[in-house]
Design a protein around this ligand. Structure first.
Ligand SMILES: [Zn+2]
Length: 355
């Protein structure tokens, strides 16, 4: 199937026929990225909820479909709402919701911003940048008062939110979904890094096949539709702030494996149950896997100045990969494709996270 990267479809206040009986039929009824506009009480304001930037992260789509098909149509949302469903083609490939992006395209959430575009040299991947720009325009054209971008992790983990600034508004919006807000200034070409002149937060709802993650997304959308004003005063729960996690990656061409025991593999081997660390963190001197003779030289953890600071976080004990201090881990996964495409996990020193 040829993908038309300039395609975008609009649905205004869709009827139940447009929405089909369930989210799978609804997904299969779409031919490409789709924008759903819902009229609110105050039509001069708009809140944007972006979903399915990556085809294997379905919570946003599932939740928006549930919200649209179960809402009381007499009760309008407080403002206009714009939902965007991005990677329809990737999500629709069998098995459904299993691909982050389609072969020979790029991960859409690495294609935003001028810098990302400047780094793109492969012609066949230009389409992904074109689509990213289109999505950016679709958000800008409604001059939103907030943007929420709904995501999932590849493995189970608690819900958390990410923003590039911490304000009373971002704390307030985060509290609709979860109790953890991560401040991140990483520049990786993500939608979140673009300036929309309003609060923008990314919600990592939890594992992509976890019903609870879909529930979190639904509750958050319901809250956003009904919330009169965003501000500190409306913070629903206490939100813990975590500062600037870094991404642990293997260096290029390093072999990555997952195992229960030390199998003597080349490169880096992480424990099979690495995702357990998403919940409780990892303690100083606790092992998370094994390395070959090159030790932590196989890995990189680049800070915002571009320095590899791996040896502040990890060391090797014989060939075990061990934490140098108490650490918190996010999005650790034993999905090898996800780990190699993005990172093994996000990590922050526990001592500085007690905000
Ligand atoms: Zn994602």
């Amino acid at each position: 199937m040829e993908i038309d990267f300039s395609e975008i479809n609009y649905l205004q206040d869709p009827s139940w026929q447009d929405l089909h009986a369930d989210y799978v039929q609804f997904l299969l009824s779409m031919s490409g990225p789709t924008v759903i506009d819902i009229t609110g009480k105050n039509t001069s304001k708009c809140r944007v909820i972006n979903t399915l930037l990556q085809g294997n992260e379905p919570s946003g789509l599932i939740a928006l479909h549930r919200w649209l098909t179960t809402r009381d149509e007499q009760k309008l949302p407080v403002t206009n709402l714009r939902f965007i469903i991005c990677s329809v083609e990737a999500a629709s490939k069998n098995p459904l919701f299993s691909r982050r992006f389609i072969e020979n395209t790029r991960d859409l959430n690495r294609c935003f911003g001028k810098q990302a575009k400047a780094n793109a040299n492969e012609d066949e991947q230009q389409g992904s940048y074109e689509r990213a720009l289109l999505i950016e325009q679709v958000i800008r054209e409604v001059k939103p008062e907030m943007v929420i971008d709904l995501h999932n992790a590849s493995s189970p983990g608690p819900t958390f939110s990410v923003s590039s600034i911490i304000t009373t508004e971002t704390l307030s919006i985060a509290s609709f979904f979860c109790q953890t807000l991560i401040l991140s200034d990483l520049q990786i070409g993500a939608l979140m890094e673009q300036n929309f002149a309003c609060p923008f937060i990314t919600i990592e709802c939890g594992g992509n096949s976890d019903e609870q993650a879909h529930e979190v997304a639904f509750a958050g959308i319901s809250h956003i539709a009904a919330c009169k004003q965003i501000g500190y005063i409306h913070q629903e729960k206490n939100v813990e702030v975590i500062y600037r996690p870094l991404r642990l990656q293997t260096k290029s061409n390093i072999k990555l494996s997952f195992a229960e025991h030390d199998e003597g593999y080349r490169g880096v081997t992480l424990k099979n149950n690495i995702e357990y660390f998403n919940f409780g963190g990892a303690q100083q001197d606790e092992m998370i896997g094994w390395t070959d003779g090159d030790g932590i030289e196989n890995l990189q953890l680049v800070d915002n100045k571009g320095n590899n600071v791996i040896n502040e976080y990890f060391y090797t004990r014989e060939n075990q990969l061990v934490c140098k201090q108490n650490l918190r881990l996010f999005k650790a996964t034993n999905n090898k494709q996800a780990a190699l495409n993005d990172c093994l996990f996000y990590v922050v020193k526990h001592s500085i996270s007690e905000a």
